[in-house]
Design a protein around this ligand. Sequence first.
Ligand code: SF4
Ligand code: SF4
Length: 480
Amino acid sequence: MPDFFINGQPVHAERGQTVLQAALAAGFYIPYFCWHPNLSVAGNCRVCVVEVEGEGGGGSWSDIACNMPVTEGMRVLTDSEPVREQRKQILQFILLNHPVDCGVCDKAGECMLQDHHYAYNGEPSVSTVPKVRATKYFQLSDRIVLDNERCIVCSRCVRFTREVSGSHGLGIQHRGDHSLVRAAEDGAFNTDPYSDNVVDICPVGALLSKRFLHKARVWYLQPTPSVCPGCARGCTVNLWHRKHEWKLNHLDPKQNTEIARVTPLANPAVNGPWICNKGRDLAALFERPRAEQALLKGRPVALGEAFAAARRLIDDAGRPVALVSSWGSNEELAAFKRLLGSRFSCFVKSDQRPAPGEVVEDDILIRADKNPNTATAKQLFGEAPVAFPDGADLVLVWGEGFDFTQLPRGARVIYLNAYLAPENGHADVFVPISIQTERGGHYTNFDGHTGSFERLFAPKPTVAHAEDVFAKLATTVEVA
Ligand code: SF4
Ligand code: SF4
């Protein structure tokens, strides 16, 4: 482990670390655009320039910190007058053709160029010639638009498709002022299941999500940590939604309870800093039409009446079977086991299966099991496939994914589901339940890592939490 000095202070570095990596790890900030901790070093933006003091009174020299290995005893200055001056010039250069779009740019508020300009330059452009114009709102793919005027040609997006997703989907055409990021003709950017990560890693507002385009200023939003339930990987994510203090009362109040966007929450043990596009589309999954009314054979009833009817069915059943949800949280699954597990023959059900056209599995993140908590469910209820023993006369179905035509003949049905579905009205008892965004809990992924999710929105009063339903249904069973 070499020791070296940053601004006169001794700093330890891991063997092989660059000056930029060692400085950031030790709490010395050096600005950067093109460098990214999970991509190769490109060294093209030059803004991480530092000064290295010469040995034995020799002259000092400047170099980029991202590409300079630490050597024993080297002395680095990150904030000297020459460094400050060079950074200013680099920012003047990077901003030469950059439009002042901040007022309409989705990246405003989390743009590295905005931040670095204010921190290290802060002066008007010295250029006296018009900015070079380039394409705006260029359709880079079905999901992403590109503003070439805002692109600072850092190549992060290009490296991502080569080094992480492997689609080789992006490249840079032409040179100098006329450089343009474009989808490679022989690449597969449009079908790259990880393409939206380039929106996050673009240091400026050049790459933008079409779904989020001009939907909200980021300072109106707040992130809530969660787990993507899209597959057994269980990526750690942030679900962004409108802050309470920016609540809309008249202008589209629906936005107050919508997921505005989904971004990765870096978790080295599970997903690193990335997620797949399915995780970005969680809003569409969660915001499907909801079931909000308890039913007895399609007849609307209060929740209490539905619980009472379900309890009677359980009391009267000879051989009750439960199909347990692989979308239940650890807490809900444990509650079912504790409260009802001894009364039912239990089988774990796959709530979701791969959708047509979806990437089923790869060696990056995506898992073939499209359920977040199969691991815990099978640990508690076994691996046996769903099967109905002879004489099964009651089936409790928890969650989606079961084909009701497979029900044993004559069996009564208690159905717990969160979404509108034709089966809801056919069940003897139907209870609408809350979804992940309306409660807290944990999932354990295929690899044994447990992730937690927090509540974003309150459920409707006519909707019950599954854990509460199990407690209500257990009352009579325990007394009996
Ligand atoms: S589009 Fe963004 S990430 Fe790609 S090269 Fe331009 S600035 Fe960099
Ligand atoms: S890999 Fe799986 S868990 Fe991760 S974002 Fe994609 S669907 Fe969600």
